[in-house]
Design a protein around this ligand. Structure first.
Ligand code: ADP
Ligand code: MG
Length: 619
């Protein structure tokens, strides 16, 4: 780590926030947090440069939360993010940091969401607004958002807002914020235009840049797996199972909580695993390390701080289950293997949004990290069978085998089967809950990662930014991505029924209490399609149909497949034509204008079908 700050307490945060951080498992501040939090707490403006995954949200969120007057139910902080997914994510992060702050209210506002709902929420009074520039602009214009009490303004991912064409909107908003407030600008890069905005609107800003020091790493085999197609835990066990010369591993995660969770899950799967984190006292820590040395434990799941300086020669593998914050941490981590002249293996899990960090690590360590092909089910089966054969072979010469041979003969005779069949039955029994044969299909391999993860997605956001409410704080660990990718026939939908629209069927209907506007709202939100581009909706008893523009990107389709309406998974798929889904039901006809299609400030043009799914659908 590029800083000597070890605890959040050193940064000057209040007791209540420190308690929360400990509860959610943050052990030590990330470098950007260590540098920025004290500066922001002192009230300075700030420019923070650090790439994705370095913990920027807490870097600005924690200090701004210290300034909030809970009794004042007015927006006191405004955070601008380039996409609605980020707005939701940041709002969720703030909500989690507000665990011990009763009455704290953060509100995400973004395009695609109904104005009526937002107005209601705004009028209830939120302390922090997290929004996309377009929607925030609209609310300022309509005077439904009042910034008179603003204390802090944050521009998150400023370069991304520039790239997505929002910089004028951002300036427009900055022009209209009261002069007395703190401004923090975060960006992974600092293009001229962002620099210019900073010069114009920030007052004497401090500048923090988390740079990546170069370092050389020992002769360690370094591979990465791009998280996709399967849960990280399943991938981990698969990899560990077939890794050659596996002896012991240290697995790095970000939070204390994650060390315990992963240790429990691995133990449940039969591994001798234990957690190593800052909550353990010195004696307990030493005990864990002793056990790893002696072979009583094979896997230790650790946070960076807790694993510092561990020297256990039998550690054959280091797994970066969560990607480190910076290259220094990476070098420290992988230095736990390949000790005492042995070969070491470093495996890195990289979520799509973290590809940049991977490239930075490669550059900084001047060593390429090669992609790892996830072992297939057949690979695992073969390995298990080979191990099993070896185990059986080891017993073939054992003493006292005659007694058992006799039993086998008896069974064979009593059931008129061959000894081979009896042996097969015994082999099956000998699996002990760990089947030799893994059946089923392998997930598709991940597409090759782009060299630059900032490439524009075709849809309303970079696909990897889709919010996942169920995985807060563990976003790398998204569930099987390619498994929930549409199957082949679904990816080639039937020709559109009318013009360039495609009709889809969803598994909710009148019996679920669903109305047309529920469907429009959910689809507009989840797929980022403006409601005016949503075509006819047919409402039946137990299902419905909806027409959507042709050429829907896979990510949007995925998002919609996971969408629920009134708690029911909609399971969106191209409609195979049978009206009514088998149940008696009527067609409700054309969808009525729902009153939320024309925000103030004019609407964007529908110029060709693909553009429906493009970026600036924000308003
Ligand atoms: P960025 O905005 O720089 O891309 P985020 O703020 O989204 O990064 O943080 C990335 C992940 O790291 C999140 O899952 C967050 O909960 C986690 N995280 C952030 N700070 C810490 C910390 N000090 N300790 C442990 N985990 C952290
Ligand atoms: Mg961020």
């Amino acid at each position: 780590m590029s800083t000597t700050v070890e605890t959040f307490a050193e940064l000057g945060l209040s007791e209540s926030l420190l308690k929360t951080l400990s509860e959610i498992g943050y052990e030590t501040p990330s470098p950007i947090q260590a540098e920025c939090i004290p500066i922001l707490l002192e009230g300075h403006d700030l420019i923070g440069m650090a790439q994705t995954g370095t913990g920027k949200t807490a870097a600005f969120a924690l200090p701004l939360m210290e300034q909030i007057d809970i009794k004042l139910a007015k927006p006191q902080a405004l955070i601008l993010t380039p996409t609605r997914e980020l707005a939701i994510q940041v709002a969720e992060a703030l909500q989690s940091y507000a665990k011990n702050l009763p009455g704290f209210h953060v509100l995400p506002i973004y395009g695609g969401q109904s104005y009526t709902i937002q107005l209601k929420q705004l009028s209830r009074g939120a302390h922090v607004i997290v929004g996309t520039p377009g929607r925030v602009m609209d609310h300022l214009e309509r005077k439904t958002l009042n910034l008179d009490n603003l204390k802090t303004m944050v521009l998150d991912e400023a370069d991304e807002m520039l790239r997505m064409g929002f910089i004028d909107d951002v300036e427009w908003i900055l022009e209209r914020t009261p002069p007395q407030h703190q401004t923090a600008l975060f960006s992974a890069t600092m293009p001229d235009q962002i620099r210019r905005v900073a010069q114009k609107y920030l007052v004497d800003p401090r500048e923090i840049k988390i740079k990546s020091a170069t370092a050389t790493v020992a002769a360690i085999r370094q591979v990465y797996w791009q998280v996709s197609g399967m849960h990280k835990l399943d991938a981990l066990t698969r990899i560990l199972e077939v890794e050659e010369d596996f002896d012991a591993a240290i697995i790095f995660v970000r939070t204390k909580t994650a060390t315990v969770e992963l240790a429990d899950k691995l133990s449940a799967r039969g591994y001798a695993a234990a957690a190593l984190n800052g909550d353990l006292n010195q004696q307990m820590r030493e005990r864990v390390i002793e056990q790893l040395k002696s072979g009583a434990l094979d896997i230790v799941i650790a946070t960076d701080v807790a694993a510092r300086g561990i020297d256990v020669p039998r550690v054959s593998h280091v797994v970066n289950y969560d990607i480190p914050y910076d290259t220094e941490a990476y070098v420290h981590r992988i230095g736990r293997t390949g000790r005492a002249g042995r070969t070491g293996n470093a495996i890195l899990f990289v979520a799509p949004r973290e590809i940049r960090m991977l490239r930075t690590i490669e550059r900084a360590t001047r060593s390429p990290i090669s992609p790892l092909t996830l072992p297939s089910r057949a690979d695992v089966t073969n390995k298990r069978v080979a191990d099993f054969k070896e185990k059986v072979a080891g017993v073939l010469n054992a003493e006292g085998l005659d007694f058992f041979a006799n039993i086998v003969s008896q069974i064979a005779e009593e059931h008129s089967v061959s000894a081979e069949e009896v042996a097969a039955a015994l082999a099956m029994m000998a699996q002990e809950g760990k089947p030799l044969q893994i059946v089923g299909e392998d997930p598709r391999p991940a597409p090759p990662p782009p060299r630059d993860d900032r490439r524009p997605g075709v849809f309303g956001d970079r696909p990897e930014r889709k919010p996942r409410f169920d995985e807060r704080g563990e976003r790398g660990e998204r569930p099987a991505r390619s498994e929930d990718r549409p199957r082949r026939e679904e990816r080639a939908p039937r020709p559109a029924p009318a013009g360039d629209m495609v009709r889809y069927r969803i598994d909710v209907g009148r019996e679920h209490g669903v109305e047309v506007r529920d469907i429009v709202g959910a689809i507009a939100n989840e797929a980022g399609i403006e409601s005016r581009f949503i075509g006819r909706i047919g409402l039946y008893e137990d299902s419905s149909t909806v027409e959507l523009p042709a050429g829907m990107p896979g990510e949007a389709a995925n998002a919609l497949k996971r969408t629920r309406i009134r708690g029911v998974p909609i399971n969106l798929r191209p409609d195979e034509g049978r009206p009514g889904g088998g149940a008696a039901g009527g067609f409700t006809g054309e969808r009525k204008f729902d009153g939320e299609r024309k925000p103030a400030g004019g609407e964007r043009k529908f110029n060709g079908d693909r553009s429906v799914f493009k970026k600036k659908i924000d308003r």
